[in-house]
Design a protein around this ligand. Structure first.
Ligand code: NAP
Length: 490
């Protein structure tokens, strides 16, 4: 089992011991006491070492020098003295930069396990295989921390871990490297680092211990678990890891779903696609991998966008679950769409999915878009009509769908005038932040039947989950996970 280590720094031994208790309560397996930063905060190094015996978790003791991006400014001999004292006081692990091993002279820990670290804060660290061999030959547990510049840099870290012989700690720092921390149990890293909730981490891209233990089930992860995820840029805001992991955990599926911040999707899929079982794809990459997959579901080609990759008989398949979700949202409110008039606001990515999905169900599409030429193009594709906004006011629609970004994060803005709503019509807003948009508010007031964007989000995720796992997801659980994220205080 991969261990979870929480780096801690505090200005006194008592504060350090209190944070250690909190780390233990959150599910950490050990704490890394950073003696260099503790001293910087005012703690006496000898008093911190004397507190090791009172720690509620095993202690990894680290003293990083200022030129190792730490805060230590003492001499090499003083650091060696403190490490010897920590070993005698019962530290479980002692960490030193591999490049500084000579500072220890011939001394080696008697009780603690020696971790030999190599950090590259700007790049991928060169020949990692050779470096690990040299660390092992020197008698240490190797720790490799490199810096990912894109998610494709995860591949060498994963390769290093899965081909290891013996214990190894390896991770990629930075937001692009975050999955290396979240997948540490699948890839077999000896330990992974997480920050205590509310505290700044000791390195960029660290998850909190609560996230790692809870959402990503790090202690349950095994090498045969399937890896799922979402790609986009930015990606930190994504709701998808919350809802997919909630469902995977409830169903006991041996899989974990992580956010991949990806800048170059083709390079990412080329480097990592072989070990990824399923992907959600979000902005701006919905068009990028169309040529990389081995097959596509109906509607993907006509919409020209793919929001899902899944493996079928080991072959990669592209899907567009937005389309299925849009159909379910609208037909759930109005029933059979054949012959019904749908007024579609927007001709961007979602507008295209709305028009093609609903046209495939026999609806008559009328499309209005800020950039009229896009509406004309899309209308021609689906056999519909492109109109100006003024012309749209007199369209006798059954269904109004907002596929524009208007109203997103702006609760006072609506893409449609309040006075133009039609009682008895269906109004579906794909925007889901806020949950009740101005458009939906106005539509309800005018006697329309409303469908919120969160319904689409949950349904498209549920369609992905079926493709990823072959199981029927608990959509109520997915919705609760999304709402907990959107309204954390509620
Ligand atoms: P997109 O490809 O960038 O298209 C944006 C659309 O909004 C275009 O039609 C654009 O018109 C229009 N637009 C943007 N700003 C406007 C403004 N100020 N006034 C009028 N029209 C404006 O984006 P997308 O991927 O289609 O996403 C659109 C929205 O769908 C997102 O904002 C999101 O809220 C929602 N969405 C929901 C889900 C869900 O699951 N519920 C999933 C994905 C997206 P132009 O062509 O003139 O630029």
């Amino acid at each position: 089992m991969t261990l979870v280590a929480v780096p801690l720094s505090a200005g006194s031994p008592d504060a350090l011991l209190a944070d250690t208790l909190r780390a233990a309560a959150a599910g950490a397996d050990l704490v890394e006491w950073r003696l260099d930063t503790c001293q910087q905060l005012g703690a006496s190094p000898d008093e911190v070492i004397a507190a090791i015996s009172r720690s509620s978790l095993p202690v990894l003791l680290t003293i990083r020098h200022a030129d190792e991006t730490g805060a230590w400014s003492g001499s090499a001999s003083e650091r060696c003295r403190l490490l010897q004292a920590a070993d005698a006081a019962g530290a479980a692990y002692i960490d030193i930069e591999f490049a500084r091993l000579a500072d220890l002279g011939t001394w080696r820990p008697q009780r603690a396990r020696l971790i030999l670290s190599a950090h590259d804060f700007t790049g991928m660290g060169g020949d990692l295989v050779r470096l690990v061999e040299r660390m092992r030959a020197a008698g240490g547990l190797p720790k490799i921390a490199v810096t990912a510049r894109d998610a494709s840099d995860l591949a060498p870290v994963r390769d290093l871990l899965v081909s290891r012989s013996g214990d190894l700690i390896a991770l990629a720092m930075g937001e692009h490297g975050l999955p290396s921390r979240l997948l540490a149990g699948v890839w077999g890293s000896f330990l992974t680092f997480a920050r205590l909730d509310e505290q700044a981490g000791s390195a960029p891209g660290q998850p909190t211990v609560t996230e790692l233990v809870g959402r990503y089930r790090i202690h349950a992860q095994r090498p045969d678990w399937r890896i799922l995820g979402v790609i986009g840029s930015p990606i930190a805001h994504s709701l998808s890891p919350h809802i997919h992991n909630a469902a995977l955990a409830q169903d006991g599926v041996p899989a974990v779903y992580v956010p991949f911040r990806v800048e170059d999707p083709v390079a990412f899929w080329t480097a990592c696609g072989a070990w990824i079982h399923g992907l959600s794809i979000t902005i701006p990459h919905k068009h990028a991998l169309l040529k990389q997959v081995e097959g596509v579901e109906p509607l993907v080609t006509s919409i020209g966008a793919m929001n899902t990759i899944f493996k079928l008989d080991e072959k990669s398949q592209g899907g567009n679950t937005d389309a299925a979700a849009i159909i379910a949202c609208v037909e759930g409110a109005i029933g059979n769409l054949h012959g019904k008039t749908v007024l579609c606001l927007g001709a961007g990515g979602v507008g295209r999915a709305i028009a093609h999905a609903l046209a495939s169900r026999g609806a008559k599409l009328v499309i209005v878009n800020r950039t009229h030429a896009r509406a004309v193009e899309l209308a021609a594709e689906v056999g519909g009509l492109a109109v100006s906004e003024a012309e749209a006011y007199s369209v006798p629609y059954h269904v109004l769908v907002n596929g524009t970004a208007v109203g997103m994060g702006r609760p006072l803005e609506s893409p449609w005038p309040a006075a133009r709503h039609r009682a008895g019509s269906v109004v579906f807003d794909t925007v889901y932040t806020p949950l009740t948009t101005r458009l939906l508010h106005d539509a309800q007031a005018a006697g329309a039947i409303t469908v919120p964007g969160l319904d689409m989000f949950i349904l498209q995720a549920a369609e992905q989950y079926r493709r990823f796992t072959g199981r029927e997801p608990d959509t109520a659980l997915m919705r609760a996970a999304a709402l907990a994220r959107l309204n954390p205080g509620a």
